[in-house]
Structure formats: structure tokens, C-alpha cells
Ligand binder design. Structure first.
Ligand code: SF4
Length: 385
């Protein structure tokens, strides 16, 4: 389990190593085809800032070699804002006396139909707060079953589950799971997540191991940038986690996401750091140079201008036309949203912008029949001459 590996990595030591990176370290990293975590530290360090243009060129090259000019488009659907956790940075936390919504089966179907009217979406991400009693595995299983006639690629972003629960959901159409660690700083993690299941650091950090054991096709990772002032250390630990997972679950596809917090306007949680566009670009380039195969995903938290720019330089997956309130597409458009969307363009506007930039928007990049085909291949005995 990665939690055991993490015990041997010192946050302070990683921070010091990043701070000590030199121009020579950055040049060495840029000259390598296969980068180590040490190289990633150099690329994400302040010493790499004078090399941003070179990094952007390399990032584009590696991305186009691996993904062509495609950008995969997906849409999230929030099924509920009911949550038993108390994350200090989230408006859905249990102590907020807000109205809670859990979509019924009829409402879920209405939302699916409304999404299909927005665009040619085939990649759907189902999102919930964490309330296992009211929106647990049976509820998710049903939502997946209901989604199958409408979408070909189903992912979830929900509470961490047991391996057997991930397995069960894969039998009901689940293709991918996203679970952000939020932060790898064990002590600070407890301050940000004081109560509820999410307060258990190890249970969360080992969730991707359980996904790998359950042979989930795609695993999504992320840190919430804004929690830790030393964000470079946090993303380095995520890079270590990524390498660890790739070594242990090599059949799985991986994606990373760097959601960044913005200053709260109405007295909410104030981020400890606000990442600039330039820093987020550097991080994106560093991740692409470090790992040519990983999907890099940007959400509609980012502005249209920045998303368009980065779509040509390393990003491979984007959400579009997103609503972050449960039932936001049809049944509960006035519910409280989890975070504000900066890119409010329609799916067609995003698609058109990408085409203008010479990108090829992809609405469907997976079909559950591929799963059956690949498992048939895996189970087929190899005939040797
Ligand atoms: S971040 Fe997720 S788990 Fe935490 S309070 Fe918000 S909805 Fe609940």
C-alpha cells in the first residue's frame, strides 16, 4: 500500500531538495527522455522558471507524440450534495445548514437526457458528497445502470470504497474512478478534514491501490492546490504516488488534475497559496515531461482563455458545460454549487474553440465493449509455436 511507502518519504526533505534545485538540475532533466521523481522536482522548482518556453515546447511534443492533437471531453453530474464529512474548505460540509439534494432515479434520468441535449457527450463523471448511508454503493450501482443507455464511458468521483465494491461497480459499467488526495501532508490533512470518514488519511491515500486491485481501467489523482503553501512538495508526492501505482498496476490508465483554489469572496476558507497561471502552466509542463502517457485534465474552474492556451501544450482531457450543483442540468438548477465555474461556454463553443486551435475534440474514447474484448484477450490462452 502506498501509505507504507509514504512513511519513508519526508515532507521536509522533499521541500529542501526542491528549494536546492539548480539551473544544471533543470537542464539535466530537460535533456532526458525518461525522467525520475528527482527530475520532476527540478522541473517544478523555481530554478525551472527561466526554462518555461523550452518546457512548453517539450510538453507539446510529448503530448502530440502520445495523444495526437486530441482533447477528450467529459461532463460531470453531481448526484448529491449530501455529505457526512467536514472538509473546512467545502460548502457541502456537514455543519452547513443548507438544503440537501439526493437525486431520485427519475431525476437522474432527467439529468442524463438534459446532458445529451447539451452536446454529444459520451464520457460522464458521476460525483457525490460522501454519505454512504444515503448515496452508497447500491445507489451508485443504480446510477451507473441508468446511465448505460446514454453514455459509453462512466467514471465516478465519490468516497473511497473497498476493492470489492470497486469490482462490483465495474461489473455495472464503471470504467474509471477519480479520488483526489487533496494533500499528502499527513498532519495538515487532519486539520482540513477533522471529522467523518475523510479524516482517515490512510484509507484515502490507499484508495488507488484498491482501485488497482479491482482492475479499474482508469484512476484519477489530484491535490487541491491552495491547501499547502509548499504546493511543489505536494505535487511531488503525487508524482511519487503515480510512479508507485504504475509499477504495481501497470494495466491501468492514469490521469492527474490540479484543481486550484481561489480566494474566497464571502469569508470562506482562504487558500494558503494562490497558484498563478504561470505556475500552473509550469506544473502542467513538468508533469507531461515527467510522464508522457498520463492524462492531464483541466476542469471548468479554469478560464476559457487559459484552458484554450493549455489545450495546445499538454492538457488532454477537459470538462465542458459543467454544473457543480446536484441536478444542475434539469431538475435542481438553483441548488448550491460546489465551486464556481469560470468557463461557462457551451459544449459547442468549447468544441469550436478547440477546432480553431487545431485540436480534435473527442466525445467518445472508451466503450464498455472494449473491457469485454480486453478481458477476453487476457483470458485467452497463449498458443506457442
Ligand atoms: S469536499 Fe467532498 S467530502 Fe469534503 S465536505 Fe465537500 S463534498 Fe464532502
Amino acid at each position: 500500500m502506498f501509505s507504507e511507502e509514504l512513511q519513508h518519504i519526508s515532507w521536509e526533505e522533499v521541500s529542501s531538495r526542491i528549494a536546492a534545485m539548480t539551473d544544471a538540475d533543470v537542464r539535466r532533466a530537460l535533456s532526458k527522455e525518461q525522467c525520475t521523481v528527482d527530475d520532476f522536482m527540478a522541473l517544478v522548482s523555481p530554478a525551472a522558471i527561466p526554462h518555461l518556453e523550452t518546457m512548453a515546447r517539450l510538453s507539446r511534443r510529448y503530448t502530440e507524440e502520445r495523444f495526437g492533437r486530441t482533447i477528450s471531453l467529459f461532463i460531470p453530474l453531481y448526484l448529491t450534495n449530501s455529505c457526512t464529512n467536514s472538509c473546512v474548505y467545502c460548502g457541502f460540509h456537514i455543519s452547513n445548514p443548507m438544503a440537501r439534494t439526493i437525486l431520485s432515479e427519475e431525476e437522474i434520468i432527467e439529468e442524463y437526457k438534459a446532458i445529451k441535449r447539451l452536446g454529444t457527450f459520451e464520457n460522464l463523471l458521476l460525483v457525490t458528497g460522501e454519505n454512504p448511508a444515503k448515496a452508497g454503493v447500491p445507489y451508485l450501482r443504480r446510477a451507473l445502470e441508468l446511465a448505460k443507455p446514454y453514455f459509453s464511458n462512466l467514471k465516478i468521483e465519490v468516497m473511497p470504497l473497498k476493492a470489492e465494491e470497486y469490482s462490483e461497480l465495474t461489473r455495472h459499467g464503471l470504467n474509471g474512478v477519480i479520488c483526489f488526495q487533496e494533500t499528502y501532508h499527513r498532519e495538515h490533512y487532519r486539520l482540513y478534514h477533522p471529522r467523518g470518514m475523510k479524516s482517515h488519511f490512510e484509507w484515502r491515500v490507499d484508495a488507488p491501490d484498491r482501485m488497482g486491485q479491482a482492475q479499474v481501467h482508469s484512476i484519477g489523482m489530484g491535490v487541491l492546490i491552495g491547501l499547502e503553501k509548499e504546493w511543489r512538495t505536494d505535487v511531488t508526492l503525487m508524482a511519487c504516488h503515480l510512479r508507485y501505482l504504475q509499477k504495481h498496476y501497470w494495466r491501468t490508465r492514469y490521469s492527474v488534475n490540479f484543481p486550484r483554489m481561489r480566494p474566497a469572496e464571502n469569508g470562506g476558507f482562504q487558500p494558503n497559496v494562490v497558484l498563478t497561471d504561470k505556475e500552473l502552466a509550469q506544473l502542467t509542463f513538468a508533469m507531461r515531461i515527467f510522464d508522457h502517457d498520463v492524462d492531464i485534465s483541466y476542469s471548468t474552474r479554469e478560464t476559457p482563455h487559459f484552458r484554450d492556451h493549455m489545450a495546445t501544450l499538454g492538457v488532454t482531457t477537459m470538462s465542458a458545460a459543467s454544473r457543480t450543483e446536484p441536478g444542475g442540468y434539469a431538475t435542481h438548477p438553483q441548488a448550491l454549487e460546489q465551486f464556481s465555474v469560470s468557463d461557462e461556454r457551451s459544449a459547442q463553443e468549447v468544441e469550436q474553440a478547440l477546432r480553431t486551435l487545431g485540436r480534435e475534440p473527442v466525445w467518445k474514447d472508451w466503450d464498455t465493449s472494449f473491457d469485454q474484448a480486453s478481458s477476453a484477450l487476457i483470458n485467452t490462452p497463449v498458443i506457442r509455436p
